[in-house]
Each structure stands twice: as C-alpha cells, then as structure tokens.
Design a protein around this ligand. Structure first.
Ligand SMILES: CC(C)(COP(=O)(O)OP(=O)(O)OC[C@H]1O[C@@H](n2cnc3c(N)ncnc32)[C@H](O)[C@@H]1OP(=O)(O)O)[C@@H](O)C(=O)NCCC(=O)NCCS
Length: 283
C-alpha cells in the first residue's frame, strides 16, 4: 500500500512480495501508525570485491506521516540489523531528493563526494547479441591475480553466488574487468555493474555486451550502474549499448554500526528478530 502510494513501480503481487521478504535476502522494516503501515524501508546484503555491504533500498513514508522523523528511525532500525551482517551501508539518493538526503544524514550517513549518473538497461524484449570481438575476449575471473593490475591488494576473489567478475583480454593482454552483483529488490531482479574498468574502448564495449548477455541468459529484468560523473568513458560505453540515464544520483554511505544507536529515541521502537521478514516500528 505504501509502495503503491509512493514509488508505485513494483511488478510483484502482495504474495510474491511476502515470499521475497521471508524466503529471500531482503528484509523490511515498517512504521505503524493508527493500526496501519505508514512507512517502510528494505535492506539486503551485497557481496562485492570490497566485501559485504548493507544496501538500504526503497525508503518511503506516506505523505500525511512525513516530517516526523519516521524515515530517520526506519533507516536507523534497518542499519542496526545491517550492522550484524556488513561493516558498511549505503543507499542511492536522487540529487534533488532533499527529504531523503536529510533523513539519511540525520540517521548518521554522509554523502559520497562524487555525483553519479544512474544508467539502466531494461532487458524486456531484448535478445542475446553475439559477443563483441574486435580483438577482445571476455571470460570469468577465477583468481585474484587476474585483477592485480587494478586491485593489487586483493588477496582472493570473494565466494558469493551473487558476485561475478569478468575480465577482458585484448590481443592476449588483460585489458579490463567488470564487477557484477546480482540483486533482487521489490522492483526488479537485475545486475548492478559495481565496477567497469578498461584500458580501451573495445574492451569496455565487450564487457558491457557480455554483462547484458549474461543478465538475459539469467532471465533478469535489468542491468544498472552508478557511473561517477568523471568516468565519461564508462558513461559513453553504456549509452552506446542502449542504457539510458535516470538522472543524477549520489551514494549516501556509513560505517556500521551507526554511532549512538543504543540511545535511539522513541519508546515504541522494536528491533527486528533475526531471520524474520518484517519488524514493527511503533509510532
Ligand atoms: C524521503 C521520505 C521517506 C522522508 O520521510 P520523513 O518521514 O518525512 O523523513 P523525516 O521526518 O525523517 O525527515 C528527515 C529530515 O528531512 C527534512 N525534510 C523533510 N522534507 C523535506 C524537504 N522536502 N526538503 C528538505 N528537507 C526535508 C525533515 O525536516 C528532517 O530534517 P530534520 O530532522 O533536520 O528536521 C519521504 O519524503 C518519502 O516517502 N518520499 C517519497 C519516496 C522517496 O523519495 N523515498 C526515498 C528514495 S531514496
């Protein structure tokens, strides 16, 4: 109901959402007012080359209930749970969403210095395309050593079913890599391009083509990337591959646990039981 009154983008039925929030990796926190749900936030863990991260997603409060600190409390409740699962947290905020930015900052997050272009490619109706060759081949990385040119400190590739790292070779030399994280949210199932690094345009284009093909084969809905504004080459490669910009966005980041959680105000606050799908947040 709150999702429909705010984002109104979820393609899933209430039963499907219930299944995702209990059997899947996502967890929800609810703000309750006058016996009904008036706000919610979703959190889930991702596992990338930089380790685990607690992703805070889809924060929303019904218009009549805004401006009372509910979003801030939802973020803090979700972050308290996330602190058991990951050493850091983050969220994506539209550049012009001051209310959301304030709520995250109030909760203890800080904006990352760089603005990003959020680029996505919806996959519905797309067909597999033959790999781009141009002297480039792409394969799955199996050893950290394949990335040592870019990530000299990386000891081992993290073992996670949701993470894959693909490497481009051009004329026999390593020419780039892409770090891909598979995610399921209440709005879509997709791949995030967490990093896209390449020495040449053909290598970059081949990595993007391979990413899209893999997402298609996996039956996913979309591929997305937060591309730092200064990374023109990546933006160009994604645009050429049919991605479109959703506008300027920013990461809001925090180390976990957030400071001062023990003294969180609000007598009605109840924490979420581990392994359960939803939590109550008394208003
Ligand atoms: C963003 C949203 C969840 C905030 O909910 P909320 O319960 O009103 O947030 P809070 O009451 O915790 O407000 C947090 C801060 O933002 C401030 N704020 C609220 N609306 C604001 C606005 N339009 N512009 C600037 N600041 C605003 C509040 O004053 C408060 O700051 P303070 O604590 O320093 O006084 C709500 O506006 C919403 O559902 N928006 C639509 C969906 C959305 O944009 N979600 C976020 C996607 S990342």
């Amino acid at each position: 109901m709150v999702e429909a009154a705010t984002f109104n983008e979820s393609p899933y039925s209430p039963d499907e959402v219930r299944g995702m929030l209990t059997a899947g990796r996502q967890r929800a926190w609810l703000a309750l007012g006058e016996g009904q749900v008036v706000g919610f936030v979703i959190g889930f863990v991702t596992h990338g080359l930089r380790g685990r991260c607690w992703e805070i997603d889809l924060l929303a409060v019904l218009p009549a209930w805004r401006g009372h600190g509910l979003a801030t409390r939802l973020i803090r409740a979700a972050s308290a749970h996330g602190a058991r699962l990951a050493p850091r947290a983050r969220a994506v905020i539209a550049d012009d969403n001051s209310a959301s930015r304030h709520a995250f900052e109030r909760a203890g997050f800080r904006p990352a210095p760089e603005m990003c272009d959020l680029q996505i490619r919806r996959l519905t109706g797309l067909h597999l395309r033959s790999p781009l060759t141009l002297g480039v081949t792409v394969h799955e990385a199996t050893r950290a050593a394949e990335l040592s040119h870019w990530l000299p400190g990386l000891q081992a590739l993290p073992q996670s079913a949701e993470l894959s790292v693909i490497v481009a070779e051009q004329h026999g030399d390593l020419a780039g890599y892409a770090e891909l994280i598979q995610v399921e949210t209440l709005l879509y199932r997709g791949v995030w391009i967490e990093s896209l690094v390449a020495h040449s345009r053909p290598a970059r284009a081949a990595l993007v083509r391979e990413t899209t093909n893999r997402a298609l084969v996996a039956g996913l809905d979309e591929v997305g990337a937060m591309v730092p504004d200064k990374d023109r080459a990546a933006r160009q490669a994604l645009r050429s591959a049919g991605f479109r910009s959703l506008g300027t966005f920013q990461w809001l980041v925090a180390e976990l646990p957030l400071p001062g959680l023990a003294s969180l105000p609000g007598g009605g606050l109840r924490s979420v039981l581990p392994g359960q799908g939803g939590g109550g947040l008394g208003v």
